[in-house]
Design a protein around this ligand. Structure first.
Ligand SMILES: C[S@@+](CC[C@H](N)C(=O)[O-])C[C@H]1O[C@@H](n2cnc3c(N)ncnc32)[C@H](O)[C@@H]1O
Length: 206
């Protein structure tokens, strides 16, 4: 089994750059590898607290872009082009509030949503899948046609079913790991591109 090392390279790099955690390096790597955003883009970050992904996304979209983050926990809006909301992404009113805050359909929806971990792998995996499906529902309301999505999952169990659900709404779906994930972690990321216009739901968009 991989050794748990709390003060590894990514932990130290996060401290050096004033980032709240190593999580920021995961989205930084995915944005670079998959070229998911341009300057001026609009992004929704689901499960944004404490703000690591927000800081990377805010820098990637630049001053003409906008990032709207939502979380059950309060999270500071760390830059002028960022707005944060407290809310449960499973509640339609929260999704509508995010759409209003963004002001237009999103080019990218990111989800680093995670349940409070119980330590029981199967239970945590099942809860993660519920959140991934909720994130997909949000994307149906928030994404522009041909937009992209990044979603965290845990390996195993019904992971394949989640990938199939995303594959119905996106032209291209890939599963990948990031170097910044903790050694031995079961976390993986799904990168979905080419959001199908027909998948857009009836909830308010921008
Ligand atoms: C791993 S953390 C996100 C870390 C973040 N990406 C960062 O870089 O700082 C997962 C977050 O998902 C949030 N979350 C879990 N369920 C949620 C829900 N139903 N609605 C909104 N946020 C939720 C948690 O409150 C937690 O802050």
């Amino acid at each position: 089994m991989a050794k748990y090392e709390p003060h590894d390279t990514f932990y130290r790099k996060a401290r050096e750059r004033g980032l709240p955690s190593r999580a920021a390096f995961k989205i930084e790597e995915l944005l670079a590898r998959f070229k998911l955003v341009r300057a001026g883009a609009r992004v929704v970050d689901l499960g944004c607290a404490p703000g690591g992904w927000l800081s990377v996304l805010a820098a990637a979209v630049g001053p003409r872009g906008r990032v709207a983050g939502v979380d059950l926990a309060a999270c500071p809006a760390i830059a002028a082009n960022v707005v944060t909301l407290v809310g449960d992404i499973r509640v339609p009113a929260s999704v509508a509030a995010v759409a209003a805050a963004l002001g237009a359909p999103a080019d990218l929806v990111t989800s680093d949503l995670a349940p409070r971990l119980s330590g029981v792998a199967e239970r945590d995996q099942a809860r993660m899948l519920v959140l991934a499906r909720a994130a997909l529902e949000c994307a149906r309301a928030l994404l522009r046609p041909d937009g992209a999505m990044v979603v965290k999952l845990f390996m195993g169990g019904d992971c394949g079913e989640a990938v199939e659900a995303f594959a119905r709404d996106f032209a291209q779906v890939e599963r990948t790991r990031t170097r910044a994930s903790r050694p031995g972690s079961s976390e993986l990321y799904m990168v979905a591109r080419g959001f199908r216009a027909a998948a857009r739901g009836g909830r308010p968009v921008g």
